[in-house]
Design a protein around this ligand. Structure first.
Ligand SMILES: [Ca+2]
Ligand SMILES: [Ca+2]
Ligand SMILES: [Ca+2]
Length: 575
């Protein structure tokens, strides 16, 4: 093991971050422009905080609390093994430092996971120690002076240099890079495997050894012999000799739903249980391997393409489930073409992962929802990095031309506007951040400023105490929304009609409040940025109602044969 500190990055909390969160560029070639130590520092502070707080909650030693944390982790993806390796390496130092009342910031600076570069501000999550920072740090350094762990180089971070992790790392990287399923025997871009861009992202392949059988295609010979479009409907009615696909679906105008989105569309979510010591148990990390192999996204329960029963506690359903309910012939016809960090400026790097044959497949509803990264980034000066209306215009036109040559005639494209993100600061800044709840010492204002200091914020300009900057960002977002609106009203394409819809977060919040909810309950607690699953479903509900009212042709008709389909085919083979 030539660089054992990398192990640390593979413990769950550490993995959350290097995989790039929402505002990171979708490309793999631009990390040089970002603070290379930022994510490492953030991850270290999170893990050390959890260890410290577990000790506090259970009134145990630091050593016991580290073992407790590792014991909670699943064996899958070598998470538990890796955790024990990490405590073997860094445990003795962490024990020494935490037992002399050093906090997580001091520990991570002492162990050199956090670094203050000359001329740069000191980044810290917790209030600074009472004694001068330099003095405290010097004291801490003396404590671990002869530690072997300090000798290892912390440069050239690569989480995947460990032999036993190389394989899984490669799989995840490949899935991110191509945005197509890792396991796909017939190469039709549909999979029988859930994660690694499999059927959590697009309808399950019902025959993975036949590339002419996949969700969304027009049935081949009315699916007399096999289910060529994976909607679970095939064969011939013995009573009259008519193929079921013809009988139930002909003229029902089937259609699929395709989202072109960012981390919000893919439902980026870090479970608060993973960093909240008081709630942590064996159950907390059960879903971690699934999340990691989905790039920390949960498209299977997202607002656009979610197909699993929602555990959100609200009755609203995803756009896909509503389309399926309207016409059971649409079963499994969904694609979530989203990426963390996606924006109008980098969509061209993965739009080719979209799968639709203009001649063989049914038309589709495409939702273009790049809702944040054109105005959001983590730079110290975020404004110059924002997309201009002119740049947006030309990249969206390029995307639409691409779609026009790849979509079946009769498709529909909806351009979704950008939100006004000032609600983030307004609703969160004085609330306690998950890591700050136990001791009431870290608010979202502190957390945001820590992210901004490290230059790893998903959206420096909205997650900021600077009101002028927040307003300027909203102003730009509004200009970009107007650009999208102008495109939708002025441009015509041969293979689809084009619409624009506002991102109605304000309205959704008001509706939520009418139900007795609070606005902060709609925001992801750990990143303090993304809309959570409830917000996504409420937004989907709002969009659905708008489309149904103004452009009902987009959704198609209700299929009168739905009850018969249920009777003959049950759940149509599930999802
Ligand atoms: Ca396949
Ligand atoms: Ca297939
Ligand atoms: Ca079929």
């Amino acid at each position: 093991m030539k660089s054992p500190w990398n192990i640390l990055l593979v413990t769950p909390l550490f993995l959350l971050l290097p995989l790039r969160t929402s505002a990171s560029p979708a490309s793999d070639d631009s990390p040089s422009t970002r603070n290379p130590n930022g994510h490492t520092c953030l991850a270290c502070v999170a893990v050390v905080s959890v260890i410290e707080q577990l000790a506090q909650v259970h009134n145990s030693t630091v050593e016991t609390s580290m073992e407790r944390l590792c014991s909670y982790l699943p064996e899958k993806l070598f998470l538990k093994t890796t955790c024990y390796l990490v405590i073997e390496m860094f445990g003795p130092d962490i024990i020494k430092l935490l037992s002399t009342d050093m906090n997580a910031d001091v520990v991570c600076h002492t162990l050199k996971f956090c670094k203050q570069d000359p001329g740069q501000p000191l980044c810290h999550l917790y209030p600074l120690p009472k004694e001068a920072w330099k003095f405290t740090l010097e004291k801490a350094r003396q404590i671990v002076k002869k530690s072997p762990a300090l000798k290892y180089s912390r440069s050239s971070a690569d989480i995947c240099s460990l032999p036993f992790l190389a394989k899984i790392c490669q799989k995840i990287k490949l899935a991110i890079k191509n945005s197509v399923p890792f396991k796909d025997v017939d190469s039709d871009k549909y999979s029988v495997f859930p994660t690694l861009r499999g059927y959590h992202w697009r309808g399950r392949d019902c025959n993975d050894s036949n590339k002419m059988a996949y969700p969304g295609r027009r049935p081949d010979n009315w699916d007399v012999h096999e289910d060529s479009n994976c909607n679970g409907i095939w064969g011939v009615d013995p009573k009259d000799g008519i193929p079921y696909e013809k009988k139930f679906c002909e003229g029902s105008q089937p259609r699929g739903i395709i989202l072109l989105g960012d981390s919000a569309g893919a439902h980026f979510h870090i479970s608060p249980e993973w960093i909240t010591a008081s709630q942590m148990s064996l159950k907390s990390f059960v879903n971690l391997p699934t999340a990691l192999t989905n790039e920390l996204n949960w498209p299977q329960i997202s607002g656009a393409t979610g197909f699993l029963d929602s555990i959100s506690g609200i009755k609203e359903k995803s756009i896909y489930l509503r389309l399926r309910k309207r016409n059971h012939c649409n079963h499994r016809d969904y694609q979530n073409i989203s990426r963390n960090g996606a924006s109008s400026q980098n969509l061209d790097r993965f739009i080719e992962s979209l799968s639709r044959d203009p001649l063989l497949d049914h038309p589709a509803i495409i939702i273009y929802a790049m809702i944040g990264n054109d105005v959001c980034n983590g730079k110290a000066d975020p404004v110059p990095e924002m997309t201009t209306p002119k740049k947006l215009y030309s990249s969206v036109m390029k995307t639409l031309k691409y779609l026009n040559s790849h979509l079946p005639n009769g498709s529909h494209v909806i351009l979704y506007g950008l939100p006004n993100g000032t609600f983030l600061w307004d609703n969160l800044h004085n609330r306690y951040y998950p890591l700050g709840q136990l001791n009431k010492d870290v608010t979202y204002a502190h957390f945001y400023s820590f992210l901004n200091c490290l230059q790893v914020s998903p959206c420096h300009s909205w997650m900021s105490s600077n009101k002028t900057l927040r307003n300027l960002t909203s102003e730009r977002a509004k200009q970009l929304s107007n650009t999208l609106k102008n495109i939708a009203t002025s441009q015509k394409f041969t293979n689809f009609d084009l619409f624009y819809a506002d991102f109605d977060f304000q309205e959704v919040t008001e509706e939520w409040q009418k139900r007795g909810g609070e606005p902060w309950q709609l925001i992801e607690p750990v990143d303090g940025f993304h809309p959570n699953k409830v917000a996504l479903l409420l937004l989907a509900d709002r969009l659905w109602k708008k489309v149904e009212l103004h452009w009902p042709q987009v959704l198609g008709k209700e299929n009168p044969f739905n009850p018969q389909i249920e009777q003959v085919f049950g759940d149509q083979g599930g999802h």
